[in-house]
Design a binder for this molecule. Structure first.
Ligand SMILES: [Zn+2]
Ligand SMILES: [Zn+2]
Length: 253
């Protein structure tokens, strides 16, 4: 019994040595999938409009989905109203309204064995509680130039359900930086086009992410990046396309 305890203590020392060695080396890092808790970052980075409930294995984020910044979709006369970007206009004859969003994500996001494709509807939640969508619109067709003329400066618009959502980078979210945008439904964070050292990642995998240190996760975590491709030359950059890296949690409304 005593021997067992000694072996255990010894292995703890060895493991901590390995961990401290790897964390002193900024890039690249080896972080076992599922070993990083996102709880502290979720609690400190999500804005007060988002209600956070932390359980043993999962975190529930609730919001009404309305942006905390200017957009034409507030309507003329609202204090947060601003015009569309040049040449843009609403062509969907819609406005936005509040919803009861609830996203459940794992405390310790983990790589999935099979990577499920993202689909229409919310694939994540930005730090202000607004849903993040992929690069598709109704009918599962890729965003086209006409649809993009309904985007505000934030790369967002409401859908037929008056549900305001982000598809791309934009003024109030991330433009050309390493900002933390939010967390996708698999619990992994999504960032702007840059890494925290100001470089554009060149080692992104098929899911648009990699494991590296970020400003919020200094010891490294798997994270997504916004695409670095100027989408259809519109000046917007798709936040996330393709499949999830981890297993997606629920998003209800
Ligand atoms: Zn949309
Ligand atoms: Zn990165």
């Amino acid at each position: 019994m005593k021997n067992l305890k000694t072996i255990f203590k010894l292995s703890v020392v060895i493991v901590s040595l390995i961990v401290s060695c790897s964390s002193s080396d900024p890039t690249p890092v080896t972080v076992p999938s599922g070993s990083v808790s996102i709880t502290d970052v979720v609690k400190s980075k999500y804005k007060s409009a988002v209600t956070i409930t932390v359980g043993t294995t999962s975190i529930v984020l609730k919001s009404n989905g309305l942006p905390d910044h200017k957009t034409p979709y507030w309507g003329v006369g609202n204090a947060l109203y601003e015009d569309f970007p040049n040449g843009h206009h609403t062509n969907v004859n819609t406005s936005m309204t509040d919803h009861n969003y609830s996203m459940t994500i794992p405390v310790n996001p983990t790589a999935a064995s099979t990577h499920e494709a993202t689909s229409l509807g919310p694939i994540g939640m930005a730090l202000n509680g607004v849903p993040i969508y992929n690069d598709r619109e109704g009918g599962n067709v890729a965003l086209d130039a006409l649809t993009i003329t309904t985007f505000d400066y934030s790369g967002a618009h409401p859908g037929p359900g008056k549900d305001y959502h982000y598809h791309t980078t934009g003024t109030y979210l991330t433009v050309d930086d390493a900002n933390l945008v939010g967390i996708l439904r698999d619990g992994f964070p999504i960032y702007g086009r840059q890494d925290k050292d100001g470089t554009y990642p060149v080692d992104l995998d098929a899911y648009g992410g990699h494991t590296k240190a970020t400003a919020e996760f200094l010891d490294g975590i798997y994270h997504y990046h916004a695409s670095n491709v100027n989408y259809l030359n519109t000046g917007y950059y798709i936040l996330k396309a393709g499949s999830y890296y981890g297993t997606k949690g629920t998003f209800t409304f």
